[in-house]
Write a protein that binds this ligand. Structure first.
Ligand code: 4NP
Length: 175
C-alpha cells in the first residue's frame, strides 16, 4: 500500500479550496467516474466547501459528450450521478489545479509532456498511488470492453479516492 505520497500543498480553507482535476484519455469513462466518486465522498463528509473538483481528457474525440452510459449506469447503481461533459485538459489547467490526478501512465506521460518547462511535476500524480490494494498502478481503460471493466474501474476509483480524501483531510483548516 502506497499511502505515503507527499501531497504538494498545505492549508485548505473555504476561501482557498483544493482544486482537483482527474485526467484520463477520453474524459468519458475513468476520469468522470473519479470526479463523481470523489465529489460524492467529499459531499458525504460535509467537506464540499473545501474542494473544487473537475475532470478532463488528454484526447479530443469526445469533447462535449456526457460520461459513457456504462460508466453512468455503474455509478448510478452505487448512488452516484455522473454529471461531467467531456473537455480537453488545457495547458492553463496545469497552473489552475492544485492536484492533477492521472488514471494511467499514458495520461501521466501526456500531462508531463504538456508541462514543457517541468514547472508542475509535483502536482501531477497517479490515482493508484492511493490504492490500498497493491498491484497494477493503472486504472485500466474500459472503453472497448464489457460491463466488468466498468465495474472494476468503479471499485478501483472508489477505494483509491477513499484513501486520497483521508490523506488530504489533515490539510483542511476549518476556520
Ligand atoms: P477514458 O476511456 O479515457 O476512460 O474516457 C476512453 C474513452 C474513449 C477512447 C479511449 C478511452 N477512445 O479511444 O475513443
Amino acid at each position: 500500500m502506497s499511502n505515503q505520497t507527499a501531497l504538494p500543498f498545505h492549508e485548505i480553507t473555504v476561501e482557498n479550496p483544493l482544486k482537483v482535476c482527474f485526467v484520463c484519455l477520453g474524459n468519458i469513462c475513468r476520469s468522470p467516474t473519479a470526479e463523481g466518486v470523489f465529489q460524492h465522498l467529499v459531499n458525504r463528509e460535509g467537506l464540499s466547501a473545501f474542494f473544487e473538483i473537475d475532470s478532463a481528457g488528454t484526447g479530443a474525440w469526445h469533447v462535449g459528450e456526457p460520461a459513457n452510459s456504462k460508466s453512468r449506469n455503474v455509478a448510478e447503481q452505487n448512488g452516484i450521478t455522473l454529471k461531467s461533459k467531456a473537455r480537453i485538459f488545457e495547458y492553463s489547467d496545469l497552473e489552475y489545479y492544485d492536484l492533477i490526478i492521472a488514471m494511467d501512465s499514458d495520461n501521466l506521460h501526456n500531462l508531463h509532456r504538456l508541462d514543457r518547462q517541468k514547472k508542475y511535476n509535483n502536482k501531477i500524480l497517479l490515482l493508484r498511488e492511493f490504492d490500498p490494494v497493491s498491484g497494477d498502478k493503472e486504472v485500466p481503460d474500459p472503453y472497448y470492453g464489457g460491463i466488468y471493466g466498468f465495474e472494476l474501474v468503479f471499485d478501483i476509483v472508489m477505494r483509491s479516492c477513499e484513501v486520497l480524501i483521508e490523506q488530504i483531510r489533515p490539510y483542511i483548516v476549518n476556520k
